[in-house]
Each structure stands twice: as C-alpha cells, then as structure tokens.
Design a protein around this ligand. Structure first.
Ligand code: PMP
Length: 441
C-alpha cells in the first residue's frame, strides 16, 4: 500500500469505486435497522454482504440445474458439474493458480484443518508417497502471535497429536510482525510456517517475502492465511511463492459454507486425504481403497455446489470492479478513518497508525468505555461493528486491552459510513459521560 499519512487530516480523496451504484447491488443495504435507521455495515471482516448477482446465481442453480456434480448420467448432473467446474476455473484464474490446485472446503478454518490433518496422517500413511511431509516428534511448526484462532489452534492440535513443537514470531508495539529472530525461529527443524497475509484485528499487511525466503532455505512449507487479504487486494499465488493459500467465500461477497484451499500441485499430490468417503476414491475394495489425485482427493462427499457457483459469481463481481481499485478504495477509507478516529480524544487505534502496509480493519479502544458498550451505542445508531477479541486472543493480550471495537470496510463503504462511526464514538462518550475533555484529562 502507498503512504497516505502525508494527506492533510480530514481530506477525502475521491473514492475509486462508485459507492452509490454498488450499494444498489446489495439488497440487504436497503433495509433499515433499530427503528428505521440506515444500516451502516462495518463488519465485512466478520462476513461480507452479498450482491444480487451472487444471490441470483445460487437461486438459478437450485431452480434450474440442481444435481450432484461428478455423478449421474443425466443432463442436470452434467450441467451441475459444468457450473461447479467453471467456478473452480474462475477462482483459480483469480488467484493465478492452476485449476487442479483449487480445493473447495467449507471455509478457511476447514482448509487449514485439511492441511494440518494431512500432515499428521502422513506419518502413518500406507502409501509411501504420502509420507514425504509427515510431521512428528522433534519437528517444529511456526506461526505468529497475530494469527486468527483458525490459524493457531489447528497447529497446536497438530503438535499435540504428533509431538512436534509450536514456535511463533512475536509482534512489535506498533502492531507489526517482529522478524528480528526469524532466522532462529524458522530453522532446520521447521516443517511448516503458517502466517496471515493481513491481520483481521490489527489490519497489518505482513511482509511475506522474507518469511517465504527463510522457509525455502530450511525446506519448510508455507501456508498463507488469505481470509482477510484475498477479498481486499490482488493476490497472485506465483508472486506469493507459498505452498498453500486459504480463504473463505463468505468474506468476499460469496455464500457461507464455501472456502478455498489452494495448494501447489506437487505438494497437494504428496499429501494423504483428511476426510475420506465418496467422491475422493479411485478404487474401493473391502481390503482397502486408493484415492483420486487432487483436487478430488480433498473433496469427500457431495460438495457445496450452489455455494461454489455463488462464489464464482462473487469473484466475477470483484473482477468487474478490479481488485486494484478495491484495494485503493479501502486504503482511502482507512486513511480517512484513522485520521478521524485518532482525532477523537480518548480513542486509541490498536495496530499500525497509518496506511503503510495496512488494510482496512481498524481496531480501537475508547478510554473509559468497555468495547461492548461502545458496540451497543453504535448498534443503537444502526452501525454494525464487531467487538471482542476477534478470535485473536493473543493479540489483545499482547496489547494489554480486554477487547477492541473493530470497523472493517468493503466495496460499498463510503465516507458517510466512516463519519457515522466517528460520530457514534463521540455519542458513546457523551452517553457514558466520558466527554473528550475528560478522556484526555
Ligand atoms: N483467518 C482470518 C485472518 C480471519 O479473519 C478469519 C475469519 N474471521 C479466519 C481465518 C477464519 O475464517 P472462517 O471463519 O471463514 O473459517
């Protein structure tokens, strides 16, 4: 991201996206909340709203094409398979990957567990070619203190199952990764490094290059959590240089119930399955079974077909907007929000204070008011934010706060939404009798 911190405070640079036109595409944004108030939706980081084209794609699938893909010798099954695979091809192109490298999962959490269980199952796999990446006693897994629980707990559990050790990179006071001990934390014993590209709580965009380079030096795999990056910035797996990229459909205008595990083909091909059953087998005998190559090896059972089709429509919507413009749009809003919020006495932003290497998740505390109370006042005004530890408990602990209030932006967010947020924070201060003057005293 480019630096916008030099802008005079309060400057509203023209937004790259036509907010009014985009809002008209989102049916939910026409409803009101809390006795007729406009919905100011600043919680896209938790889950995004869906444009009509995504809702239509799902409805059209169920109304006209519904069947189990890859099964049945009838026209509907053929059409369902065609739509399912066309969505896979579109999503693969969106991230610069090959079609056979895109595995559909339920969400990011499911994708990470698929990798974690594959790595522990590898140790006991009957097929020798599945043992290459086995994790066991003496091995190490590296994460960061910034991870969402989804990219932390599955690795803790993998270590418990295998006897491996979990290590992590810490954080600096201004909300960035502390890479000063990268060379020792990532070492010859490291089997995998799992790191988020963009923090869901701090907004930080991490420098992945040195991490990937160090992992390559020691022969470790790299998994990038793209849950908060793929929806908001151009991401290309070739540039990333990692082995896995995981993300959720519901955070990028798509339906719930569908996520993506992208894996470098030769790595996926050397991994045993996590879930087993129908759709992923080659030959089944009572004595044992063999498995399909990727991606089918990791897609057991009838998949979430309508959701995949809906995600394809979401990607098409984002491609029409252009991910460069989506990123620039959010950067402008983030710069403005940081300036406006930090101008309110008593408000402290947790995370990078400007837009350098930073995305649009703005977490803050308001002196003298618990984040849950801030959230309640905002909700009464029709403003939806998230409060709590944001499934990244070690992060709030690191910064010594019980929780934060978090606003997240997306393609339909405008300056009016940010103004409503800032005015809402001031209203909370008035409501709780913590006036700006008192807050600074
Ligand atoms: N990683 C990050 C950075 C996230 O923000 C989230 C969702 N908040 C997840 C992982 C988990 O995503 P999901 O709940 O869709 O599996």
């Amino acid at each position: 991201m480019t630096q916008t911190a030099s802008r005079p405070p309060g400057t509203r640079v023209p937004l790259p996206l036509d907010v009014e036109a985009i809002r008209a595409d989102f049916p939910i944004l026409t409803r009101t909340v809390r006795d007729g108030k406009r919905l100011v939706y600043l919680d896209s980081g938790a889950t995004s709203q869906k444009p009509r084209s995504v809702l239509d794609a799902e409805r059209d699938f169920y109304e006209n094409h519904n069947a189990a893909p890859h099964r049945g010798a009838h026209q509907l099954a053929e059409e369902a398979t065609g739509l399912y695979e066309a969505a896979r091809a579109r999503i693969a192109a969106f991230i610069g990957g090959a079609v056979e490298e895109v595995v559909f999962t339920r969400n990011t959490t499911d994708a990470i567990n698929t990798v974690a269980y594959a790595l522990s199952n590898a140790a006991t796999a009957k097929e020798p070619s599945f043992r290459r990446y086995a994790v066991g006693q003496g091995d190490e897994i590296v994460v960061t203190e910034m991870e969402h629980h989804a990219n932390l707990v599955p690795w803790q559990q993998l270590c418990e199952r295998t006897g491996a050790t979990l290590r992590w990179l810490g954080l600096t006071d201004d909300g960035r990764l502390d890479l000063s001990d990268l060379a020792t934390v990532v070492n010859e014993r490291t089997k995998l490094v799992a790191v988020t590209q963009q923090s869901n709580i701090l907004g930080t965009i991490n420098p992945l290059e040195p991490i990937v380079a160090r992992a390559r030096e020691v022969g470790a795999l790299v998994l990038v959590d793209g849950a908060q990056s793929v929806p908001h910035q151009p991401v290309d797996v070739a540039t990333l240089g990692a082995d896995f990229l995981v993300f959720s459909g519901h955070k990028m205008l798509g339906p719930t119930g569908v996520g993506v595990l992208w894996g470098r083909y030769e790595v996926l091909d050397a991994l045993p399955p996590f879930l087993t059953g129908g759709s992923m087998i080659e030959v089944v005998r009572m004595e044992g079974s063999t498995f399909m190559p990727p991606p089918q090896r990791f897609e057991a059972g009838v998949p979430m077909t309508a959701q995949v089709v809906g995600l394809g429509a979401a990607v098409a919507y984002l491609q029409d907007l252009g991910m460069d413009r989506v990123q620039a749009h959010e950067e402008a809003l983030t710069g403005y929000a940081l300036e406006q919020l930090q101008a309110v006495p008593g408000v402290t932003v947790i995370g990078p204070p400007d837009t350098v290497a930073r995305g649009g998740a703005v977490s803050f505390t308001v002196e003298g008011i618990h984040p849950h109370d801030v959230g309640q006042v905002l909700d009464d005004l029709g403003i939806a934010v998230r409060v709590g530890h944001h499934c990244a408990w070690p992060v709030v602990r690191r910064y010594g706060v019980p929780a934060t209030t978090r606003a997240t932006f997306y393609v339909h967010t405008g300056y009016d939404d940010v103004d409503a947020l800032v005015e809402g924070v001031r209203a909370a201060q008035r409501f709780f009798g913590v006036t700006p003057e008192e807050a600074t005293a």
